[in-house]
Design a protein around this ligand. Structure first.
Ligand code: GLN
Length: 388
């Protein structure tokens, strides 16, 4: 008898679904988070050159030595860490890095804490490893992390936290106080933290990114994950980094060798070059995203929408109820993509049993004219729904 399929009940990811609908209806796609821009030419040229003249067979499983060194140097320079190349491995995207970290460290029956709304891969990856998800639901508009909620979610079988900062889809950067709270609780309960920091350079204001591993007592219990795709706006490249002390990273490297084994060397070579760029390049990228955020936000507010604050990521969240729209987020997104030519993501998709939510996520990493057109279309949709 054939086995039953494991992910039979899992929905097609909301990103795939909305991008599919956007294509089908010819809508502006502000759903799945990727920039419209093709990414830095210098890196694409470097990858092309490496494809023609470089090594195109398997890379070492842990990554090209020069890239592991470049990742360590990059973080040491930009974030004052003290990483060595041995404490870095390269994966095929951050999602693989998360999968490898979970596969390496979550045992059947282990409870793992997540914060919802949570990136959609976290829950299925933990559950597939036999782990049990414990969720702390953060509430808009500020998505504050409270110590009591954290402590209430922890039991004798809790082993790890899968954390995301800056947080997708909330577009939140946790404050130093919130990180200190998280650290205190993790240390008191001797928890491991898988810290997904892929949005670390996509900061929309002046606040600095605080790597969790740098909070006192956290370096020895934190597996940090980064992403070249997010750093350079090359999301299709799927080049991720894992950084952790030797005893934490070695098991992740073992898991990675059985997942993808290695990552395309031409992409690693190109990423290596980008990581060496001056801090000013990354600051300019953040400023550019900040300008796009401001443009979309102002245009939507002019149309009567209420927006939540974004500290980081490519995303702006809109509160439908506060904007006078009595429709649930999923229903609004369905109607918008089919009838009004804009694809967005309903945030309730990131909360297990989230029911009808009221917040939609829009990606602003698009040209100005596209953002203005989308805001106009959404404004017309709003007028119809507020009249209903
Ligand atoms: N990280 C992207 C987002 O949040 C989506 C990635 C994906 O489609 N799996 O929109």
């Amino acid at each position: 008898m054939k086995p039953s399929p494991v992910f039979a009940d899992a929905p097609v990811t909301i990103f795939e679904k909305m991008s599919g609908l956007a294509r089908e209806y010819g809508a502006i796609n502000l759903g799945q988070g990727f920039p419209e821009d093709p990414g830095p030419l210098a890196l694409r040229e470097r990858a092309a050159e490496a494809a023609i003249h470089g090594w195109n067979q398997y890379a070492p499983s842990r990554g090209l030595p020069e890239l592991r060194q470049a990742v360590a140097d990059h973080y040491n320079r930009m974030q004052s860490t003290a990483l060595t190349a041995q404490e870095v491995i390269i994966t095929s995207g951050a999602t693989e890095a998360i999968a490898a970290s979970v596969a390496a460290w979550v045992n059947p029956g282990d409870e793992v804490l997540i914060f919802e709304p949570a990136y959609d891969a976290y829950r299925p990856l933990i559950e597939r490893a036999g782990g049990v998800v414990k969720s702390v639901v953060l509430k808009p508009p500020h998505w504050d992390l409270h110590q009591e909620a954290l402590i209430a979610a922890i039991g004798p079988r809790t082993r790890a936290v899968l954390f995301n900062n800056p947080m997708n889809p909330a577009a939140k950067m946790f404050t130093a106080e919130e990180l200190a709270t998280l650290a205190r609780v993790c240390i008191a309960n001797d928890l491991l933290v898988i810290s997904d920091e892929v949005w670390e350079h996509v900061r929309l204001g002046d606040r600095r990114h605080l790597p969790l591993a740098l909070v006192d007592g956290m370096s020895e219990r934190t597996i940090k994950i980064g992403s070249a795709g997010k750093m350079f706006g090359l999301t299709g490249w799927k080049v991720g980094f894992v950084c952790a002390p030797q005893d934490l990273i070695d098991p992740v490297a073992r898991a990675h060798q059985f997942l993808t084994f290695a990552t395309p060397p031409l992409l690693q070579t190109a990423v290596c070059e980008g990581l060496g760029w001056d801090a000013s390049w990354f600051e300019a990228m953040g400023r550019d995203m900040g300008n796009r955020y401001a443009l979309l936000r102002h245009s939507l507010e002019a149309e009567g929408f209420r927006c939540l604050d974004s500290d980081g990521t490519y995303f702006l969240n809109v509160d439908l109820a506060a904007s006078g729209i009595g429709l649930g987020d999923a229903a609004f997104c369905e109607l918008c993509v089919r009838e009004h030519g804009v694809a967005a993501i309903p945030v309730s998709a990131f909360i297990q049993g989230g029911g009808q939510g009221s917040i939609i996520r829009l990606c602003f990493a698009k040209p100005d004219d596209v953002l203005l057109e989308a805001a106009g279309r959404l404004g017309r949709a709003r007028k119809i729904f507020t009249k209903r």
